[in-house]
Design a protein around this ligand. Structure first.
Ligand code: ACO
Length: 337
């Protein structure tokens, strides 16, 4: 479990838009009900970004909180990884986060892997620290999928919400490993189960030349396939991660899954033999915020002192790709009380 350079997770942050939209409010224009949404998903409400809200600003607020909790100065940040599938600039929104933080010595770039994005970014950050390349990394997960759902499609739009979360990860003395094991995977053959695909349209430049135009379809999902994939794949990868670390499920303090559906959380916990009291869940209040769910939940649990320094957390992200990732996380730094 030990590595040449240790890793510590030393700060967290989160930010969400102010506007709360309840299930009852959705039923004002959709053929749906609070009862259907709650019983199938566990979701009661979600935050929805208005046109004035900004992904870059929410991501920056979350990152700033994580940085402050870690006790770093902005000029000490080496790398900012922003996991998002809904950037405000297709060239990348991470540079806007860097600028907002005045983290002028950092390199900043986006990672796109839908609901696996935060975990993939966390694992990527760990590689930079382990190799000795960087000392301090901010890993941010942010998505405003409300901009990309079809608000007339009741099978998808009720599931998603908007938000941002962040974690500060830094080099630690050898032997302290805040991310002892990791597993990642993709099955591109099943990529059509969940898409936000390019919309092909043509622009005629002159009578001999046509070019395509940019644009995207709204989110399209085969909900049942994604559900089956999640309840089968997530226990497998979590078991792999536990086995790699030589840890049993009983030794875990918390299970922190991508917050997609309460039934998925319950099914995975049951398959791993983890009691419901150890399953972290806030999707009732936020819905599926894609790359933001894991750091948003983590931050809430850290703030509430449910997650404490030294706690061992099993985490898994899964979604479009289809893709999945799992990691064990040890919260805090070695010198923490
Ligand atoms: N309100 C009322 N009725 C609805 C709604 C709604 N919002 N949505 C669907 N229904 C209806 C359907 O039309 C269907 O009616 P019918 O039988 O008359 O055709 C009925 O409810 C049952 O629909 P199902 O699709 O079978 O419902 P299911 O129990 O499978 O639940 C759900 C659907 C909640 C989407 C489930 O499949 C699920 O959670 N899947 C996983 C989705 C997920 O987590 N995706 C995100 C992955 S993460 C990422 O990367 C973005």
């Amino acid at each position: 479990m030990s590595a040449a350079v240790g890793i510590a997770l030393t700060g967290s942050g989160a930010a969400t838009p102010d506007r709360v939209v309840t299930n009852d409010e959705l039923s004002l224009w959709l053929d749906t009900s609070d009862d259907w949404i709650r019983s199938r998903t566990g979701i009661a409400a979600r935050r929805i970004a208005t046109a004035e809200d900004s992904l870059e600003s929410l991501a920056s607020q979350a990152a700033k909180q994580a940085l402050e909790q870690a006790g770093w100065r902005p000029d000490q940040v080496d790398l900012i990884l922003l996991a998002t599938s809904s950037p405000e600039d297709l060239f990348g929104s991470a540079p806007a986060v860097q600028a907002a933080l005045e983290a002028n010595n950092a390199v900043a770039f986006d990672i796109t892997a839908a609901c696996s994005g935060f975990l993939f970014a966390l694992i990527t950050a760990a590689q930079y620290i382990r190799s000795g390349a960087y000392q301090r990394v901010l890993v941010v997960g942010a998505d405003l999928l409300s901009r990309w759902v079809d608000w007339q499609d009741r099978r998808t739009c009720v599931l998603f919400g908007d938000g941002a979360g962040a974690v500060a990860m830094e080099a630690a003395p050898e032997g302290w490993d805040g991310l002892p094991t990791m597993v990642m995977g993709t099955d591109g053959r099943r990529r059509n189960c969940l898409t936000m695909a390019h919309r092909a349209t043509t622009q005629v430049l002159h009578n001999q030349l046509q070019a395509g135009s940019g644009g995207f379809h709204p989110i399209a999902m085969d909900g049942q396939e994604v559900y089956k994939f999640a309840v089968q794949q997530v226990p497998l990868v979590l078991n792999q991660a536990l086995k790699q670390a030589g840890i049993t499920a009983e030794q875990l303090d918390w299970l922190l899954l991508h917050q997609a559906n309460e039934r998925i959380l319950a099914s995975v916990a049951q398959r791993l033999g983890i009691p419901a009291a150890k399953v972290l869940s806030n999707l009732g209040n936020y819905g599926n915020t894609s790359a933001a769910t894991i750091p948003l939940m983590l931050h809430e649990a850290v703030e509430a002192q449910r997650i404490r320094p030294g706690h061992l957390i099993a985490s898994s992200g899964f979604g479009a790709g289809l893709s999945w990732g799992a990691a064990l996380l040890r919260w805090g730094r070695p010198d923490a009380p």
